[in-house]
Write a protein that binds this ligand. Structure first.
Ligand code: GRF
Length: 223
């Protein structure tokens, strides 16, 4: 069965592009059925249009300070399109409990750090500042606390001597584009129920350059 996925974006849309590319595979268990942006100038809207995917802007500025009203509008569009899973892909609005609860266990986010390290913004600069040797990205379920939901998968990269914020971001982003489709494949193919039950680590993806490119480790089925 193929799950209908809605993708929420605010900007460039490179993770959206990675999900769209993965979903072209005939055996991929999800297809991107709707893209919603809160910003009319999001580059990802053009990517969706090129791929022939319905895409719309629900501009948060129309709703003033009423965040929940904006989310009610998003939620209505997701439901009208028969969406079953939601992927946040560079969606830069903090969610209220309304949308989080409406999609509990069915909403994923990608974050550019190895959570729980470096939640929030400016993750690459903070990783360099902290002097960590490993950095990376995380796909997790969205919970009411920002960047704290159950971790579904991670990809790690080394921090190399001489790295700048830009060079590190580029290395991490390449892994984001592998990780997000890999995790969505697992979730969409039926493990979503386990994820909803709050189980951490449905799989781990390690992609440090010194390690095998991808190691997927699926949890044994729950008893
Ligand atoms: C990515 O780094 C993602 O991890 C973060 O926002 C960025 C979005 O990039 N949440 P893009 O719009 O997918 O290119």
């Amino acid at each position: 069965m193929t799950r209908r996925v809605g993708v929420l974006i605010s900007g460039r849309g490179s993770n959206l592009a990675a999900l769209l590319a993965a979903a072209k595979a005939p055996d991929y268990p999800a297809r991107i059925a709707l893209v919603l942006s809160n910003r009319p100038d999001a580059g990802g809207l053009g990517i969706a249009a090129e791929a022939g995917i319905p895409a719309e802007t629900v501009d948060h500025r129309r709703f003033g300070p009423d965040r929940a009203a904006h989310e009610v509008a998003l939620d209505a569009k997701l439901r009208a399109a028969g969406i079953e899973l939601v992927c946040l892909a560079g969606y830069m609005r903090r969610l209220t409990p309304f949308l989080v609860r409406a999609w509990a266990g069915r909403m994923l986010n990608i974050h550019p750090s190895l959570l729980p390290a470096f939640p929030g913004l400016d993750t690459h600069a903070r990783a360099l500042q902290a002097g960590v040797c490993l950095h990376g990205c995380t796909v997790h379920l969205v919970s009411e606390a920002v960047d704290e939901g159950a971790i579904l998968g991670q990809a790690a990269v080394p921090v190399l001597p001489g790295d700048t914020e830009a060079s590190l971001a580029k290395r991490v982003l390449a892994q984001e584009h592998l990780l997000y489709p890999a995790v969505l494949r697992v979730v969409a193919s039926g493990a979503a129920g386990q994820a909803a039950a709050g189980d951490a680590s449905l799989l781990n993806v390690l992609a440090a350059e010194t390690l095998p490119r991808q190691v997927l480790r699926e949890r044994p089925a729950l008893q």
